[in-house]
Ligand binder design. Structure first.
Ligand code: HDE
Length: 714
C-alpha cells in the first residue's frame, strides 16, 4: 500500500488527495477517454450519415453515457446532507495521565482532520435550516491510525438501544406513502413514535430548542454523546465524554427566520462555512473532556452508559485539551464530503468503548452502511478515507481494489514471507481492548438504571432562560400543531406534563386541548419489569436543579465576538459616503463584514459625489441572511421608504430580534415603518451622521447576537 508521503506536520493545511493521476501540462491537456485516447469531437455521436442512426461501435459515446448513468451512489440513510472541511487538531496539554493515544500526548504533532457536518432527517438536496440535530463528525488522521469522533451538536440521543434506531428513523423521515414532509419532524409518524417513547423526552427538549436551528455550523457545540474510555500506558481506564466548544460561541436563529432562510437560500450553512474558509476566517473549536475515574462509575443519579443522559458540567467540569482549526475547503464535494466514511469503531490505542447499548449497535452499523453506500470493502482506499499510518495486512481483492499487493504470501502465520506482517505487542503500539470483566446472563433487557426519562429533560428545561423556554414551547406548539391525530397530541401533552406542567399547559393552550388528566402512565417500552417487558419510568432525585452550560444564552463559553458577522447596509444613490465609511471601518475592525445593498447593481453615487460599489440589490438580499442592519444618512436615503423590499427587510429584521442601527435620514425610514418602535433598545439611532459613538454601541449590541427581549412586545 502506498501511503501518503506527507507527515502529520506538513499535512496540517488539510489532508490532500494523495492519488495523483497522470496530469499533462495545460498546453497539451487534451480531452481523452478514460483509457487515455485523445478525443477529436466531443459534440457529435458517431452516426451512419449526418441524419442517420447512431452506431453501437461509438465507444466514446458509450463510455461517457455509461459513466454518467452511474454517477450517483446511494445517499446516506441518515445524515445525507452534509458539508465538509479539512483542518488540523493541536494539543494544548499532554493527556498522557489518562490516555496513551499519541495525538493526545505529543504537543508537537498537528493532526490533520476532516470534518463533516450534517442534518439527519432530510435527503441530500434538502434545506440546511431544518429543525434537526446536526451531525458533527471528525476524522483524525493520527500517526497510529484513524480516529473518528462521530458526534452530534447535542449531547444526548432519542433512544437508549440500537434496536430502536430503524424505528426512530422511519418515524422521522418523510412518510412512506407520499414522501412528505421533507427534512421535517413536524408530522404524525414522528410524534406518534416519540409519544410512545418516554426515553426520548430529554432529547426532545434539545431538538425543540434553538440548538436545532443554528446560526452557523461554525457556531455549534459538538459532543461525542456516548461515554467512551481513555486508556493510559498502565492500562488504566477512565470514562470520558468529548465536547467541542466553538470559538465563535453557540448561536441559533428564530424559527420563522429558519423557515424563510430555507426559501431564500437553502444552502445557507454550507455556503457560510465555505465562504468563511475561503475568506481565511478559519473556524475553530476547542476540544474538551470530562474525565471520570472507573471507581466513580456508580456515583451519579443516572447511568453513564445511558445515551439519553449527560454529565452536568457542575458535577464534572470540562477540561479543555486542544483546538481544531478548519482551514481548507474540499477540492471536490463528491470525492471528499460524500465519500468520507466515518465509523465510531475507528479508534486508536488509548481510546476504547463502553457498553452503552446505542454505541454497541453503532459499531456494527457504520461498516455495513459503507458497504452498500460506497459499494466495496475497499472504501478505506478512497483518498479521503486513507490512513496516514503505515498499513499492512493480508486482506486482498474486492471491488475496485487500488493496492497492487506484491508476492505470494497473503496469510498469517507464514514462513514464506518471513512472517510479515507481524502482530504488534501492546508496547509496540498494538491495539488491545480494555480488559473489562463481564460476567452475566444473556438477556434481552434494559437496565433499570436507564429508566428515569424525565429528570434530565426537566434539568435541561429548568436551565434555560425564560426566552429559551418560550422558544421550546413555541417549537412544540408548531410541531404538534402540524400533527393531525389528536390522540398523539394528547399523549405528548401527557409526557410534557412529566417534564414541566407549565410547559405542557402552554402547549396545550395553543393546541386548543386540555392536558389530559387521565392519560395512561407513560410506558417504557422494552424496559423489563412486567410480563410484557414494560416498566414505569422512575423518578430519581437529582443532585442539581439547573446547569448554566445547558443554556445558549447563559452559557459562559459564549464570547461577545462579532467576527465574521454579516451586516446589511441599506443604501441608495445620495447616501452619505462618510456615514458608510465610519460604520464600515468600525465593523471591519471588529471582524464583521459590511454588505452594501442598493436598488441596482454596479455603483451608487454618494451625496459627496463618490462612487460606491454595490454588492446586492433589494431583489436578492433578505434580512434573514444577515446578522444586523444599518441605515446610513443621506438625502437619497429618504427614497428607501418607497421600496417594498426595504420595508419587508426591516420588518423581518425587527421581528427576528436583530439589532438595527440608523443615522439621520436613516432614522426617518424606521419612523416611517409602523412595525418598528424606535424606543426599543435593540434599535440604535443617532441624529448625527458618521457617528463613531453609534458605531461603538452597535458593535457592542451585535455581540449579544439578538435582542430576544423584543419578542415580548411583538
Ligand atoms: Fe449514526 N449513522 N447511528 N449516530 N451518525 C450514520 O453511517 C447509526 C447515532 C452520526 O458525516 C450512518 O456513514 C445507528 C448517534 C453522524 O458521514 C449509519 C445508530 C450519533 C453520522 C448510522 C446511530 C450518530 C451518522 C449513515 C443507533 C451521535 C454522519 C451513513 C445505534 C453520537 C457521519 C453512515 C457522516 C451516520 C447508524 C446513532 C452520529 C446508518 C445504527 C447516537 C454524525 O451507519
Amino acid at each position: 500500500m502506498k501511503n501518503s508521503k506527507k507527515t502529520n506536520q506538513d499535512n496540517s493545511d488539510g489532508k490532500q488527495n494523495d492519488l495523483e493521476y497522470n496530469k499533462s501540462n495545460a498546453e497539451n491537456e487534451f480531452l481523452t477517454t478514460n483509457q487515455g485516447v485523445k478525443i477529436n469531437d466531443n459534440n457529435n455521436s458517431l452516426k451512419s450519415g449526418e441524419r442517420g442512426p447512431s452506431l453501437l461501435e461509438d465507444f466514446i459515446l458509450r463510455e461517457k453515457i455509461t459513466h454518467f448513468d452511474h454517477e450517483r451512489i446511494p445517499e446516506r440513510i441518515v445524515h445525507a446532507r452534509g458539508s465538509g472541511a479539512h483542518g488540523y487538531f493541536e494539543l494544548y496539554n499532554s493527556m498522557e495521565k489518562y490516555t496513551k493515544a499519541g495525538f493526545l500526548n505529543d504537543k508537537s504533532i498537528k493532526t490533520p482532520v476532516f470534518v463533516r457536518f450534517s442534518t439527519v432527517a432530510g435527503s441530500r438536496g434538502s434545506t440546511d435550516l431544518a429543525r434537526d440535530v446536526r451531525g458533527f463528525a471528525v476524522k483524525f488522521y493520527t500517526q497510529e491510525g484513524i480516529f473518528d469522533l462521530v458526534g452530534n451538536n447535542m449531547p444526548v440521543f432519542f433512544i437508549q438501544d440500537a434496536m430502536k434506531f430503524p424505528d426512530l428513523i422511519h418515524a422521522v423521515k418523510a412518510e412512506p406513502h407520499n414522501e412528505i414532509p421533507q427534512a421535517a419532524s413536524a408530522h404524525d409518524t414522528f410524534w406518534d413514535f416519540i409519544s410512545l417513547m418516554p426515553e426520548s423526552m430529554h432529547m426532545i427538549m434539545w431538538v425543540m430548542s434553538d440548538r436545532a436551528i443554528p446560526r452557523s455550523l461554525r457556531m455549534m457545540e459538538g459532543f461525542g454523546v456516548h461515554t467512551f474510555r481513555f486508556i493510559n500506558d498502565k492500562n488504566e481506564s477512565h470514562f470520558v465524554k468529548f465536547h467541542w466548544k466553538p470559538k465563535l460561541g453557540t448561536h441559533g436563529v428564530a424559527w420563522d427566520e429558519a423557515q424563510k432562510i430555507s426559501g431564500k437560500n437553502s444552502d445557507f450553512h454550507k455556503l457560510d462555512l465555505w465562504e468563511a474558509i475561503e475568506a481565511g476566517n478559519f473556524p475553530e473549536w476547542e476540544l474538551g473532556v470530562q474525565i471520570i475515574p472507573e471507581s466513580d462509575e456508580h456515583k451519579f443519579d443516572f447511568d453513564l452508559l445511558d445515551p439519553t443522559k449527560l454529565v452536568p458540567e457542575e458535577l464534572v467540569p470540562v477540561t479543555i485539551v486542544g483546538k481544531m482549526v478548519l482551514n481548507k475547503n474540499p477540492d471536490n464535494f463528491f470525492a471528499e464530503t460524500e465519500q468520507v466514511a466515518f465509523h465510531p469503531g475507528h479508534i486508536v490505542p488509548g481510546i476504547d468503548f463502553t457498553n452503552d447499548p446505542l454505541l454497541q449497535g453503532r459499531l456494527f452499523s457504520y461498516t455495513d452502511t459503507q458497504l452498500s453506500r460506497l459499494g466495496s470493502p475497499n472504501f478505506h482506499e478512497i483518498p479521503i478515507n486513507r490512513t496516514i499510518a503505515p498499513m499492512h495486512n493480508n486482506q486482498r481483492d474486492g471491488h475496485m481494489r487500488q493496492e497492487i499487493a506484491k508476492g505470494k504470501v497473503s496469510y498469517h502465520p507464514n514462513s514464506l514471507g518471513g512472517g510479515c506482517p507481524f502482530q504488534a505487542k501492546m508496547d509496540q503500539g498494538g491495539f488491545v481492548s480494555f480488559n473489562e470483566r463481564v460476567d452475566a446472563h444473556k438477556v434481552r433487557e434494559r437496565s433499570k438504571s436507564f429508566s428515569d426519562h424525565f429528570s434530565q429533560a426537566a434539568l435541561f428545561y429548568n436551565s434555560q432562560t425564560p426566552i429559551e423556554q418560550d422558544h421550546i414551547a413555541s417549537a412544540l406548539s408548531f410541531e404538534l400543531g402540524k400533527v393531525e391525530t389528536v390522540s398523539i397530541r394528547e399523549r405528548m401533552l401527557g409526557l410534557l406534563n412529566h417534564v414541566d406542567s407549565n410547559l405542557a399547559a402552554t402547549v396545550a393552550k395553543t393546541l386548543g386541548i386540555a392536558v389530559p388528566k387521565d392519560i395512561e402512565k407513560p410506558i417504557n417500552h422494552g424496559v423489563g419489569a412486567d410480563d410484557e417487558g414494560n416498566q414505569e419510568p422512575a423518578k430519581v432525585k437529582q443532585n442539581i436543579g439547573s446547569s448554566d452550560a445547558l443554556s445558549m444564552l447563559k452559557n459562559p463559553t459564549i464570547s461577545n465576538t462579532i467576527a465574521t458577522r454579516q451586516i446589511a447596509f441599506l443604501c441608495a444613490d445620495g447616501v452619505n459616503a462618510d456615514s458608510i465609511k465610519v460604520m464600515k471601518i468600525a465593523l471591519q475592525n471588529a471582524g464583521a463584514k459590511a454588505v452594501i445593498i442598493a436598488p441596482h447593481l454596479g455603483t451608487i453615487v454618494s451625496a459627496e459625489g463618490t462612487e460606491i460599489a454595490v454588492e446586492q440589490t433589494y431583489k436578492i438580499a433578505a434580512s434573514v441572511l444577515f446578522d444586523g442592519v444599518f441605515i446610513p444618512s443621506g438625502k437619497g436615503i429618504a427614497d428607501l421608504s418607497k421600496i417594498k423590499e426595504v420595508k419587508e427587510f426591516l420588518n423581518d429584521a425587527y421581528h427576528h430580534c436583530k439589532f438595527i442601527a440608523a443615522e439621520a435620514e436613516g432614522v426617518q425610514i424606521l419612523k416611517n415603518n409602523s412595525d418598528i418602535k424606535a424606543k426599543d433598545s435593540g434599535v440604535l439611532t443617532s441624529e448625527n451622521s458618521a457617528d463613531k459613538l453609534l458605531a461603538t454601541s452597535f458593535i457592542k449590541a451585535l455581540g449579544r447576537h439578538r435582542f430576544w427581549e423584543r419578542e415580548k412586545t411583538l
